[in-house]
Design a protein around this ligand. Sequence first.
Ligand code: SAH
Ligand code: SF4
Ligand code: F3S
Length: 452
Amino acid sequence: MTKKLFVKTYGCQMNAYDSARMADVLAPIGFVGVDSAADADLVILNTCHIREKAAEKLYSDLGRLAILKQAKAQNGEALMVAVAGCVAQAEGAEIAARAACVDLVVGPQTYHRLPELVAQAEADGAAVIATEFLSDSKFDALPPAAASGVSAFLTVQEGCDRFCTFCVVPYTRGPEFSRPVAAVVREATDLVAAGAREIVLLGQNVNAYHGAGARGASLSLARLIETVAAIPALERIRYTTSHPRDMGDDLIAAHGAIAKLMPYVHLPVQSGSDRVLAAMNRRHRVDDYFDVVARLRAARPDVALSSDFIVGFPGESDADFDATLALVRAVGFASAFSFKYSARPGTPAADAPDQIPETVKDQRLAALQGALRTQQHGFNAATVGRGLPVLFEAAGRHPGQLVGRSPYLQPVHVAAPTSLLGTVAQVHIDAALPNSLAGRLDQTNRPDVQAA
Ligand code: SAH
Ligand code: SF4
Ligand code: F3S
């Protein structure tokens, strides 16, 4: 009998990957995906714990699900509610204690056991909690990756040993772990067979990747990219998120050598002040960051950079914040994410005495985002009049339109036939909007012209 599954994803790309894998795990026992909780027999909330706001969203959603569950029960229908992801890992049984509608709490390292956990939750009256870090890898237990879009995520490295003083990830995802090269290549091949033309290699600290190769010795991310690039129908490779300290020479060189590796690097810096970087335990200085950027640009002059920033870290002075603005001006980012520091329970910085008032954080965030927005607009505007190869990923907002991505990750809207979905075509960029580009197919894409 088919049962209906609705998964809601919060947080980072790795959660998006995990959500897809949870659907893969549940498919063999009859679950098919639906688009709303109201239509579902099982709702999974795949949660994020990175900032307080992200975690609080869970409880507002659970409030709504409790009402839905009650309404369904009155019609004689059952609704199972599962909480997965990083809040599940961090709060475990507390979630079920706080929200009675929760039947199952499953952590990021246990979701391959969902079929058995769902059966157990159906049989038991009480909520089932599964948040242990198992010694056997969940990746070995997952079925082959099924459906895929044109661009697909693939987790190659998980967990983190860096312990930045603001961050929950080492606690919610556990110690750093790299998947063996063969397992990654197998999954990449499955994804390409299912239609993927771009693969985004994921890890919390992806450039620290050191998975076992065929002869047992560990391979770097650069070598992994080289291996994955050999899959013929694969057009593009990206990777995220990188730590500045782990930007090795071979990875930088790969940007100049591997055509399928896109010229875009997400390289979070967090702050432009050495004092704050030290307090964050980032273990690199501002000059180290400039050095990595210079080496990347030497290897691949058109490389686009993006970053993450935190404003209002405990003890951040006006001068520290000005140093962050100076770093932004010096580097020039194609896009970036910036956040107000959020004190997370159990992390060292949460107990620091010199917490910054919310109003100061608001002012700094507005100033930083203004500067970053200007850079992003400038970066987009500079592509107008150029020809860029675009990988078409989906139907656009208007009929007859497709949307794809430039090498620099900019969404590009183009009037194009659906036959071009999943292909790379040359596009002439006509206009830059704040967050996207508009263009038209280059004449060279016309088969008659190409044949000539
Ligand atoms: N592994 C990545 C980042 C993972 S979390 C790295 O090493 O950079 C994604 C981003 O969330 C971080 O880069 C940081 O900018 C932000 N972030 C993490 N913890 C935060 C906190 N406590 N408050 C505000 N932002 C935070
Ligand atoms: Fe968190 Fe990234 Fe630091 Fe790891 S390296 S602790 S994931 S911010
Ligand atoms: Fe959030 Fe966990 Fe990702 S805390 S950012 S979902 S690793």
